[in-house]
Ligand binder design. Structure first.
Ligand SMILES: [Zn+2]
Length: 351
């Protein structure tokens, strides 16, 4: 019985994970073979070597390589089923998963076909593994030569009746943050909001506090993807805490993409102690050679959170999810009961 066995067995929830970036290397190889896609590596180890990122553009190149392996509806169905299997392995009960419709639609997969396939996978994952999934499709802010119309069209797909009925709970904003400030995306986020979809953009990852302010003021962000660089502006930290705008923190992702040099220099603990609502997430786990379990372990062992602070971050992922209130209450109660059981099992070793 150890911290590791405690964290492995904890019930978990995740609010910031990209479907395309969560495809395990074995699955990437399987899809490449099925669709006759030539990859620069043909082994798990070879792929992992490619995942040693030098910077954010390098990461995007690899991300797009993975996307090129997705071609037919059955690929999407299989990817979601395998995602659900991996959730169950880590005791992740609930996840809000981002995917980028523009990346698939431009390759000839209509939005309706994509959504239907993802939802077939979602139903199968729930049936086989008991896991719950919701979707946060995002706009790729740095899409080359994109016009305003291009992004507004994506916002219309994402907030369409079929999307709202098909598990979509928010509109995301991903891609290169540098050079693509939130203010540019005010119109698509307003369109989505008018259809009842909250804004859930990435901000404050590769850009600083101004980007987080922009996400709050222009996009009315309900939650912030990353947001860690808010720490550079004390007034913003105070505002996030007071307004209870949660941050979806991804420590290992920040290290791999050189936002911070080490876990000890990562501001996770500082943000928690400043009263911000923090959740802990894995972003693109196999691409960063991590899992949600590993992120929880790093949070305690390397970033310095107490076990109580970690448990609170886990519960935050349920409390600040887009689930209906009654579902949140039920899930929080179930998590707390499991924490109590785990504490009893670990009382001689940890408490
Ligand atoms: Zn992300």
């Amino acid at each position: 019985m150890s911290l590791k066995s405690y964290i492995e067995a904890m019930p978990k929830a995740e609010l910031h994970v990209h479907l395309e970036g969560a495809i395990l290397p074995e699955t990437v190889l399987f899809l490449a073979e099925r669709n006759k896609v030539k990859l620069p590596a043909d082994t798990v180890e070879g792929l992992q070597k490619l995942y040693e990122f030098v910077d954010f553009p390098h990461f995007v190149t690899v991300f797009n390589m993975v996307i090129s392996c997705l071609q037919k509806p059955e690929d999407y169905i299989d990817v979601v089923i395998r995602f659900g299997q991996e959730m169950a392995r880590q005791h992740i009960r609930y996840a809000e998963v981002t995917w980028s419709p523009q990346s698939h639609v431009w390759r000839g997969i209509p939005f309706s076909v994509l959504l239907e396939a993802l939802n077939e996978g979602r139903a199968k994952a729930k049936h086989s593994y008991g896991v719950e999934l919701r979707w946060i499709p995002d706009i790729v802010r740095s899409w080359p030569d994109a016009t305003d119309d291009f992004h507004e069209e994506a916002a219309r797909w994402i907030s369409s009746d079929e999307a709202l009925a098909g598990g979509v709970v928010a509109l995301g904003l991903g891609g290169f943050e540098v050079g693509y400030p939130p203010e540019r995306f005010e119109v698509p986020f307003r369109l989505a909001r008018e259809r009842g979809l909250p804004g859930n953009p990435h901000a404050g990852e590769t850009e600083g506090a101004a980007s987080v302010w922009g996400a709050i003021r222009s996009l009315k962000a309900r939650r912030i993807g990353h947001g860690v660089r808010a720490v550079e502006d004390p007034a913003l930290v105070k505002y996030l805490a007071e307004q209870k705008i949660p941050l979806e923190v991804n420590p290992t992702s920040n290290l791999c993409l050189k936002v911070y040099p080490s876990y000890t220099e990562h501001p996770l603990k500082k943000l928690v102690e400043a009263g911000c609502i923090v959740t802990i997430n894995s972003d693109d786990p196999p691409l960063f050679n991590t899992t949600l379990t590993d992120e929880y372990l790093h949070a305690v062992e390397d970033c310095g959170l107490t076990l109580e602070q970690l448990e609170n971050a886990v519960l935050n992922a349920v409390r600040y999810s887009y689930l209906p209130e009654a579902s949140k209450v039920g899930l929080v109660a179930a998590f707390e009961a499991d924490f109590a059981t785990l504490r009893r099992q670990h009382q001689n070793s940890l408490f």
